[in-house]
Ligand binder design. Structure first.
Ligand code: GLA
Ligand code: ZN
Length: 687
């Protein structure tokens, strides 16, 4: 039985709408704070994240606390029946703390100790910082534990980065000792006989550095794993008072993506981190109208990220903790969103599984680096701006969707993105640095499903695979014996796997498989991959698949079928391009070259048809050349369909079965039209 409960505390309702609110910057301007409370209601905003960067206002001197202003803000939000996501302040520390306890300052990979300043830059190991942050969090937990306005704890902000100080070196060595037990084991796993890199004492090990060791790949990956574990342990230390005093208030921390290309964030392993949070939340900043992408391409990347974050907790809805209501101020070109694109982008997140639309930021700051970052309220301080009115209108629509939170998406297809694989491919001195593009390749395969309205999950192979009919795992460079077995079992029992060139090369220590690639996937795929050719950007190769010509770029692997059937050969007949191996009651495909969008659309269309994979809303027939993106979310009573026009043109089609408009309850059948960038939300009630 699926759980459709909303993810936030029971005192909140509907889709949360609001965002980061920094009254701590305006304590000298009470009239501005009064204005905020007037405007919040007009903007249909009810949920505010506060306290994130307030430490120096809350504890201006060590042990001197000023929490009255926070009490008053929380009370005022409560009085308007709003909710507070209360953040812990560890993301930015007061100057007195750095001055008095310099160990909290981070040391970079060049072994240079940083001065006080900026934010997100503390040592994760420092016992003092751990003690200070936990102490502060205990104060918050005690003070607000019975306050129903506080619906969630937001731990710190966008954890990232690494510290190379002496404390961290010691912690890294202990982590390694625990993992390997003996230096002999470590030396073998890291292949340290290469270039005479053997360690003879634990104290000789130093974290990777541009001025020292950074080419022992086994060490590099262990360091990244350590950084994730150390960050999680810092986070866990922050959560202790909340777990103890407020067990009913869920805990989150905001995850990220890599901007502006919208690639998965890979400084931390979120797959691991996800187990430690109650709710996944993330900060989404797509650069709409970026000339490198069409709207569909970028939207597909956004959905990829949403699917990834939703899949981290097996389909449980997630939260958009930050998005901009208008523009950001930190990309090379800080472009505004065109009319209706804010609404489109926000509702795409809801369609993909978000139960909130929260902004950075409610009001533009008056000074410092983010004063020109977009906000619901700008420096004019009025509800008359375009941005304010778009936000208020969206809030009105979200108010009609109070049944959506908790609703889930059924998926039969999983796309594999593995962050460790990303690390290792990036580190590998092979292929071409410019065109390795592991995450881009995964996203390129994903796009074919997005364009067909096939609901997808984005997972690592640590996830349960049973629910899927199809798994697409491009460039599976790293594969553990255990994951290979899992894939074998999946295919043996009827599943279909698609993988590509540059798979099955190394194990979890980045040690290559001996005896023929793709290593432990060889019998499942029924091929031997002998060598791989890197093409110059000016080169390409062609092949025909069922009489249609396609192109290959960047990489061509020479493969030899063993038990697999060859479905296509390159024109020069040098090696197969596509093979299919029947295995148990399922099948495994191998694509030996880097194929493109046209091929993916063609190929996956067939695969999806053969496997009878369901697409969303088959009752909608679009007019020729018209595309509408559709996603469903479903609970015990209702299926909601989000239909979105990502183009700047009118689109139309017709519905062959009557559906209900989820916002007006009107019945819709026959012709259905979409204005530029319009979203319509339909529903079916189940008996
Ligand atoms: C991040 C941070 C916010 C703010 C925004 C600006 O997501 O969490 O505090 O700096 O970026 O886009
Ligand atoms: Zn440190």
């Amino acid at each position: 039985m699926k759980n459709y409960k909303p993810i936030y505390h029971k005192s909140a309702k509907g889709i949360l709408h609001g965002g980061d609110y920094n009254p701590d910057q305006w304590l000298r301007y009470p009239e501005i704070i009064n204005e905020d409370f007037d405007l919040m209601q007009k903007a249909n905003c009810q949920t505010f994240t506060i306290g994130m960067f307030s430490w120096s206002q809350l504890e201006p001197e060590e042990g001197v606390y000023h929490l009255e202003w926070l009490d008053s803000i929380i009370k005022r939000i409560g009085d308007m029946e709003g909710s507070v996501i209360l953040a812990t302040p560890s993301g930015a520390r007061p100057a007195w703390l750095s001055r008095k306890y310099p160990e909290v300052l981070r040391t970079d990979a060049h072994r240079q100790k940083q001065l006080h300043g900026l934010r997100h830059n503390h040592c994760f190991t420092s016992p003092v910082y751990r003690e200070k942050t936990q102490e502060f969090n205990r104060l918050l937990a005690n003070r607000y534990k019975d306050n129903p306005t506080v619906i969630m704890w937001h731990i710190s902000n966008e954890y990232s980065g690494e510290c190379h100080c002496d404390l961290c070196q010691e912690a890294f060595r202990s982590w390694l000792q625990k993992k390997y037990q003996t230096l002999e084991e470590l030396n073998h796993a890291w292949w340290t006989n290469f270039w005479s890199h053997q360690y003879s004492d634990w104290s000789e090990i130093e974290s990777p550095s541009p001025i020292g060791e950074h080419m022992v790949h086994g060490m590099n990956i262990d360091w990244k794993r350590f950084v994730t574990d150390q960050t999680i342990s810092f986070y866990e230390n922050e959560t202790v008072p909340f777990r103890e005093l407020t067990p009913d208030i869920p805990i989150t921390t905001n995850f990220m993506s890599r901007n502006p290309e919208m690639l998965p964030f890979h400084a931390l392993d979120y797959d691991k981190f996800a187990k430690h949070v109650d709710v996944i939340s993330w900060d989404s900043y797509p650069c709409w109208h970026h000339p490198a992408f069409t709207m569909d391409e970028l939207a597909s990347r956004v959905s990829f990220e949403n699917d990834y974050f939703r899949s981290l907790k097996n389909g449980q809805s997630f939260m958009i903790m930050e998005m901009t209501p208008s523009l950001v101020n930190w990309v090379p070109y800080n472009k505004m969103k065109k009319k209706n694109v804010h609404e489109l982008s926000a509702l795409q997140n809801v369609a993909d599984g978000s139960d909130s639309i929260l902004y950075f930021q409610w009001r533009q700051s008056r000074g410092s680096s983010e004063k020109f970052h977009g906000a619901v309220v700008d420096h004019t301080g009025t509800d008359q701006t375009r941005v304010f009115q778009e936000v208020a209108a969206l809030g009105g629509r979200l108010n009609n969707l109070s049944e959506v939170p908790g609703a889930r998406t059924n998926t039969e297809v999983a796309i594999v993105y593995d962050v460790e694989n990303d690390w290792l491919i990036e580190d590998a001195q092979a292929l071409a640095n410019e065109t390795k593009k592991y995450p881009e390749t995964v996203m390129a395969h994903y796009e074919a499903f997005w364009k067909r309205n096939i609901p997808t999950d984005v997972i690592s192979l640590n996830h349960d695979l049973k629910q899927y009919k199809l798994i697409v795992a491009p460039m599976l460079y790293k594969i553990t014996e255990e994951h290979a077995k899992k894939l074998e079992t999946f295919v043996e029992h009827g599943g279909t796997l698609v993988t590509t060139y540059f798979s099955g090369r190394v194990n979890e220590n980045d040690l290559t498989y001996l005896g023929g690639f793709p290593g432990p996937l060889r019998s499942l795929l029924g091929i031997w991959a002998e060598e791989i050719d890197t093409l110059y950007p000016t080169e390409e190769s062609v092949f025909k698949y069922k009489d249609v010509p396609f192109k290959v770029h960047d990489y061509i692997e020479t493969i030899h079928p063993e038990t697999a059937d060859v479905l296509a050969m390159y024109e020069e007949e040098r090696t197969p391009v596509i093979t299919k191996n029947q295995y148990g009651t399922g099948a495994a495909f191998y694509l030996s070259g880097r194929t493109d969008r046209t091929f993916h659309e063609h190929f996956y269309k067939e695969v999806v048809k053969d496997l009878q994979i369901k697409s969303d809303l088959p009752e909608l027939v679009m007019n020729d050349g018209h595309f509408i993106r559709i996603r469903h979310r479903k609970n015990e009573r209702t299926v909601f369909y989000f239909l979105q026009n990502f183009s700047n043109e009118r689109k139309s089609g017709y519905l062959t079965m009557p559906l209900t408009d989820a916002e007006t309850d009107e019945e819709i059948v026959g012709e259905i039209c979409f204005k530029p960038f319009e979203t319509r939300i339909l529903k079916v009630n189940m008996e």
